[in-house]
Design a protein around this ligand. Structure first.
Ligand SMILES: NC(=O)c1ccc[n+]([C@@H]2O[C@H](COP(=O)([O-])OP(=O)(O)OC[C@H]3O[C@@H](n4cnc5c(N)ncnc54)[C@H](OP(=O)(O)O)[C@@H]3O)[C@@H](O)[C@H]2O)c1
Length: 348
């Protein structure tokens, strides 16, 4: 039964290697489509998949097919798209002539619009939005580590039923929601920490332990919540406290925050955001699909989002080789200045 399903992971990096690797380690038939550097890494080492709870799995090179182009995508029953948002349209363009009519494609990506982009480019496929609410860290030599708690969630679709078994066997059950949109916005709210973590240039745990960085996040999330409220979007609560309470908690002194933060600080001490990794490797980040999404939504509902606009601008500077390291106090000062200038403009 399990071997009936052929799974292709398109764009195997952190999420793709972790999810695809866990599926392969539990004997599902998986092909990873990866860049040559990652394909070589896996051909040499196989995959080593660990998590914060001590799970330790291996997929040997013989257990997992890796290709640098999706030459066998026509065989796939299920395609998991795990490229960064800026590469989604290109992924659809490459896959379009290859996939069979009715192939199920799940976008396991952050942001709001990736599934729509895939649907536009793959009109004959069943495209389903999905999301991973955990963080995966590449540790080199085929080792990928899940550094935070979280789940794999997709928009419910009857077509997903036949893929439930391999995900369950992999210890990553594919949860289904009748409407994924509030979950996507809830995840986006959490991802507003990505630019702050990237600009802090320190691991997530260290960043969240400093009140000034937390206050930056509170500003970005508070602003985003206001904009979502105007747009009638109610983001799903993905961690122990409702989003609005989280914003208040973030601003608390560190001793108080540490006492009440619970799962927020249940982060691997070396984990960093993937936006930090992108800057580290000189790649374009997903900022336009995270903070940029809040700025666009604000425009749509006739308001502004100066804090998220400033974070977008700072990341763009960092992407083009400019300043990459901000202390919490410096970052807070520039975000407050952006907000105050916008308030003054609005008041005039
Ligand atoms: N990492 C996490 O912890 C995490 C957690 C939750 C959600 N997410 C989301 O999941 C998505 C994937 O993130 P990620 O961190 O896994 O990204 P990633 O590590 O950059 O992996 C994406 C991979 O796809 C490759 N790729 C792009 N176009 C390709 C093509 N045409 N053919 C073959 N490979 C291609 C990229 O190569 P190049 O870099 O060379 O282009 C990269 O190796 C993003 O939307 C992210 O926000 C990530």
């Amino acid at each position: 039964m399990l071997n009936d399903v052929e799974i292709c992971v398109f764009g195997a990096g952190s999420i793709g290697c972790y999810v695809g690797g866990r599926l392969a380690a539990s004997r599902a038939r998986v092909t990873l489509v990866a860049r040559p550097r990652i394909a070589e890494e896996i051909a040499t080492n196989g995959l080593h998949l660990t998590d914060l709870h001590g799970s330790d799995l291996r997929a040997l090179p013989a257990q997992i097919r890796v290709e640098t182009a999706p030459v066998h995508a026509d065989r796939a029953d299920l395609v998991l798209v795990t490229v960064k948002s800026a590469d989604t349209a290109e992924a659809a363009r490459i896959l379009q002539p290859l996939l069979r009519r009715g192939t199920v494609v799940i976008s396991i990506q952050n942001g709001i619009s990736n599934a729509d982009v895939l649907r536009g480019g793959l009109p004959d496929c069943v495209v389903v939005p999905g999301i991973a609410t955990f963080n995966v860290l590449p540790r080199g030599n085929g080792h990928f580590h899940q550094g935070t708690e979280g789940e794999l969630i997709a928009q419910d679709d009857p077509e997903l039923e036949r893929f439930a078994v391999p995900f369950r066997n992999a210890g990553l059950p594919l949860l289904r929601r009748a409407d994924l949109v509030p979950t996507q916005w809830g995840k986006l709210l959490l991802n507003l920490n990505n630019p702050i973590n990237a600009l802090s240039n320190v691991p997530l745990l260290e960043e969240l332990s400093q009140r000034s960085y937390r206050r930056c996040l509170a500003l970005a999330q508070g602003e985003a919540l206001e904009v979502m409220k105007r747009a009638d979007i109610r983001p799903t609560q993905l961690i122990g406290v409702p989003p609005g309470v989280m914003v208040k908690m973030l601003g608390a002194p560190s001793v108080v925050f540490k006492r009440v933060a619970g799962k927020v600080l249940a982060v691997d001490p070396v984990a960093r955001s993937s936006m930090w990794e992108d800057l580290e490797r000189g790649r374009i980040t997903e900022i336009d699909y995270l903070s940029g999404e809040i700025v666009r939504l604000a425009e749509k509902v006739g308001t502004t989002a100066p804090v998220n606009a400033r974070l977008t601008a700072l990341i763009k500077v960092a992407e083009s080789g400019g300043r990459r390291e901000w202390t919490g106090k410096e970052l807070l000062r520039t975000l407050l200045a952006a907000r105050d200038a916008d308030n003054a403009n609005t008041a005039v």
